[in-house]
Each structure stands twice: as C-alpha cells, then as structure tokens.
Design a protein around this ligand. Structure first.
Ligand code: 5GP
Ligand code: ZN
Length: 113
C-alpha cells in the first residue's frame, strides 16, 4: 500500500519519533505550525475518521491518551494545547492515514480557519 504513514510505521521512512508503543507512533510534523507539533497515528492503517469501526475504539482512545500524556511530559498540559483530526477534503486532510495533531507552546485562536 502506498501510504506515507504506513511507511513510517514500517520504517521504510524514518520519522523523528517522540513516542512509540505496540499500537501507536508519534513523531514530529515536518511542517510545524506551533513550537511543538506532533502527529500521533495508529500503527493500523485507517484512512479517515469515517473508516473507524467499533473495534477501533480503544485505539482511538489511545491516540487521545497519548496526546494528553505527551502534553504533560513536554510541559504544556497546564497552559493548554490544541488537538486536531482533519477528515477528508473539507476538513483539510492531506495524508489518508488517520492522525491526531498535537500542537502546543503557543496560544491558539478559535474558531479554526
Ligand atoms: P493533514 O493535513 O492530513 O491533517 O496533516 C498531515 C500532516 O502531515 C501535515 O501537518 C504535514 O505537515 C505532515 N506531513 C506530510 N508529509 C510529512 C512527512 O514526510 N513527514 C512528517 N513528519 N510529516 C509530514
Ligand atoms: Zn497507512
């Protein structure tokens, strides 16, 4: 399968890893939009949020849990941070392997653009 993030899971491409376990991989975004901008992905290929099934619920929870723990470990949990998952064209998704953006280290505005 020609999927950029699966290639990172398989180490055909070496990401700048910040966290890994049996189910998820977290690495620095190549084009950071904040002082910290990490992508957290399931190792299992799931193309979009629309493709999540009931059997994936623990995995999705693990993405969120990983984001919160990284925010704590990196020291910006109390100040706050932004977590984003983009879905399909209108959501601004560009890589079709589900990923959670964890951004911290600055103040974010709302609503998102
Ligand atoms: P999306 O737009 O799909 O929500 O987010 C995709 C993210 O992947 C973008 O923030 C983009 O900068 C990041 N990205 C794209 N290609 C690469 C890459 O080769 N390496 C890394 N580390 N991030 C990438
Ligand atoms: Zn994939």
């Amino acid at each position: 399968m020609d999927c950029l993030f699966c290639k990172m899971v398989n180490r055909d491409i070496e990401p700048d890893i910040v966290y890994e376990d049996d189910h998820v991989l977290a690495f620095n975004d190549i084009n950071p939009q904040a002082p910290t901008h990490i992508l957290i992905i399931p190792k299992k290929h799931i193309a979009t949020l629309n493709d999540i099934e009931e059997g994936d619920l623990a995995l999705v929870g693990r993405l969120q849990y990983t984001a919160a723990r990284l925010a704590r470990d990196l020291g910006f949990a109390e100040d706050g941070y932004r977590v984003v998952m983009n879905c399909n064209d209108h959501g601004g998704q560009s890589v079709y392997h589900v990923h959670m953006h964890l951004m911290g280290g600055r103040r974010f505005t709302w609503p998102a653009g």
